[in-house]
Write a protein that binds this ligand. Structure first.
Ligand code: GCU
Length: 630
């Protein structure tokens, strides 16, 4: 299966050596009747220009730019768009990355589409044909870095820096023609596996160990993009154990990688995961800012801090992470998750581009750059950065259709398209994806798919936890409703619902989190009247009889959105049933039907559990007299 490249029947042949060669192959294969002249201009790097010529086109581009230009032309033509104008394009971000959370045993952490495409039985091991197809898919939307192993580095992933090097080199070679460089997640304590008694970043033996590890790995993969590090997070080792800062840790690695042009991508997902629910002051949302702001400006220029989109953990709705706009002197990249860990696990349809667009468009009011959005801050242009980027936790696996739910592929496609060009709008991306993927289906079917995708995030939000409060999922696997699943746990994920109301007071009277934002955002979130209502419960404790701007009470809003959300899921299923016979790929049709049935049932479960939970807490009847279980 070829996801959105369904019209291209031939697999990528083995033996193509460079993006330019590949561009030639793809063009002659996809557009055999169109004459396309390829002209390489190295200075354009990843950028390209497409010019219409009498009877054909000319693409001028850098080494990878040629390939990106070829894909732009192919996809526009396959979607039937006339390209009469000259197109100039270049990505805004140097690093457009897919983070695979694959483990050596072949499992994928938070993977919902089968097993690993890269590992089997403790070793790197892959199907070359599938890797070529994956490379093709990623290159077609302009993604250029792939981190091959889980940020939680489980043994024997450490061997990737030791004796699994020939395999790593071969995998890097397989991705090279697609303009994709590999990255590795590394274990901060790895020197200790070689008999060094410490992993202290200031210890000379540790520093030497990392230098020689870098030399060893870059000698076989000279274009390795760098190391990705999860340190002092959820039990992972890190510099705190030695009384060092994260800048000490990241810079030590940065020095080891500098001679090879490597980058350290250092994650900011650092918080106390042994919290007590009785403690109302400690706030997980505050943690990353509290840890990293004091080190702003201390990181070397080949370090990028990778910051999750929100301060908690890929919930269906969170405010934008306050480190964006907080940090002024540090390279930053945004981390999102297209693996739908908290958004239906690729059993529910949840098209995430509308969410990503809101995040990218958020204005942080960083001093001196008051108009800069998150999209600007993570680009190479706003700060003094030479480095910036965007990463998504991958949603692919070895399932035949790659992403489990066929409609989840829209998130991979969309992420790539947005990462290349953040000005695109979510709906055109959805339409482009649907037209490419379901080529040969009726126009009614394409319109219906776009409609389902565009309504899906909001539907999911409606039937799950209300107004930004998050969680309410089953612990550990995170699928399905469990309102108090995380309420008395150690993870800092509380909603604080009682008989009076619900929500976490993150104002100055509560945890003080609101003050991590720049003005006017800080004041906006601080006051109930100005706080965007979709985030009301994230920032405030609100009584059930509080009137929202719609005039509804909070409790009535909770009931209404849950009935609506479950109805939306039922509508998606009905719509799909009506498309029987109108979708060109019958197997895909049947697979999606099954998943929409699962979603519709699950949405009812969410609706009833949440409505009943709140009804039992406050005893307020639904104004419309619908069934709420006692
Ligand atoms: C979430 C997720 C973990 C993951 C972690 C991370 O907590 O549930 O599986 O390891 O995020 O991003 O590091």
């Amino acid at each position: 299966m070829n996801l959105w490249l369904t019209r291209l029947k031939d697999p990528v042949p083995a033996g193509l050596k460079s993006p330019a060669e590949l561009a030639g192959f793809e063009l002659s294969h996809a557009l055999p009747d169109t004459q396309v002249i390829l002209r390489e201009q190295p200075a354009l790097n990843e950028g390209y220009r497409i010019e219409p010529l009498p009877g054909g086109f000319r693409i001028t581009g850098g080494h990878t730019g040629l390939l990106y230009g070829a894909w732009r032309l192919i996809m526009d033509r396959l979607c039937g768009e006339a390209s009469a104008a000259v197109i100039d394009s270049a990505p805004k971000y140097a690093m457009r990355m897919i983070d695979c959370w694959d483990n050596p045993d072949g499992t994928v952490e938070r993977g919902y589409a089968g097993r690993s495409l890269f590992f089997r039985s403790g070793k790197l091991s892959w199907d070359p044909g599938r890797i070529r197809e994956l490379g093709r898919l990623l290159a077609s939307v302009g993604l250029n870095v792939l981190c091959v192993n889980n940020v939680n580095v489980h043994y024997p992933a450490q061997l990737l820096l030791e004796d699994d090097l020939p395999s790593l080199a071969a995998l890097a070679e397989a991705f090279r023609p697609f303009g994709i460089r590999l990255m590795l997640s590394v274990d901060f304590s790895q020197p200790m596996r070689s008999g060094i008694p410490t992993a202290d970043p200031l210890d000379p033996a540790v520093r030497e160990w990392w230098k020689s590890a870098a030399a060893r790995v870059w000698s076989v993969v000279p274009d390795l993009a760098g190391f990705l590090v999860k340190a002092d997070s959820e039990g992972a080792p890190g510099p705190f154990a030695y009384g060092r800062t994260h800048a000490d840790g990241a810079n030590m690695l940065a020095e080891a990688l500098r001679p090879f042009g490597g980058t350290v991508v250092w994650r900011c997902f650092v918080y106390n995961c042994r919290q007590d629910w009785r403690d109302y002051k400690t706030d997980r949302a505050r943690a990353a800012y509290d840890h990293f702001m004091p080190s702003d400006g201390d990181f070397h220029d080949n370090v990028i801090l990778q910051i999750k989109n929100g301060p908690q953990d890929f919930q269906v709705r969170e405010p934008v992470h306050p480190l964006f706009g907080g940090l002024m002197k540090t390279n930053q990249m945004l981390e999102v998750q297209i693996a739908q860990e908290y958004t239906g696990q690729q059993k529910h349809v949840c098209y995430l581009m509308p969410m990503f667009k809101q995040i990218l468009d958020f204005k942080t009011y960083m001093p001196g750059h008051e108009d800069a959005t998150v999209a600007d801050i993570i680009s190479t242009r706003t700060l003094k950065n030479a480095n910036g980027g965007i990463a998504a936790v991958a949603n692919t696996g070895n399932d035949e259709n790659w992403t489990g739910h066929d409609l989840a592929a829209a998130n991979l496609f969309g992420f790539g398209r947005l990462a290349f060009d953040t000005t695109l709008d979510s709906e055109s991306i959805a339409r482009e994806w649907a037209e490419l993927t379901f080529a040969g289906s009726t126009k009614t079917a394409i319109d219906a798919i776009v409609d389902i995708l565009m309504r899906s995030w909001s539907a999911y939000e409606k039937y799950t936890s209300p107004l930004g409060i998050g969680w309410m999922v089953n612990p550990n696997h995170h699928y399905g409703p469990n309102v108090e699943g995380y309420e008395f746990d150690r993870w800092g994920t509380y909603h604080r619902a009682n008989w009076r109301g619900i929500g976490v007071d993150r104002t100055t009277k509560g945890t003080g989190y609101t003050m991590q934002y720049r003005e006017p955002n800080a004041s906006m979130y601080e006051h109930v009247e100005t706080c965007p209502e979709e985030l009301l419960l994230f920032f405030h404790f609100i009584p059930y009889d509080y009137r929202l701007k719609t005039g509804k009470t909070l409790i009535q809003h909770i009931y209404d959105t849950h009935f609506e959300g479950a109805q939306d899921a039922a509508d998606f299923l009905d719509t799909w049933k009506k498309l029987d016979g109108q979708i060109s790929d019958k197997e895909a049709y049947a697979r999606v039907l099954k998943r929409l049935e699962i979603q519709a049932d699950s949405a009812i479960e969410w609706r009833d559990r949440i409505n009943t939970y709140f009804y039992r807490h406050c005893g307020t009847e639904d104004e419309h007299g619908r069934k709420i279980y006692e």
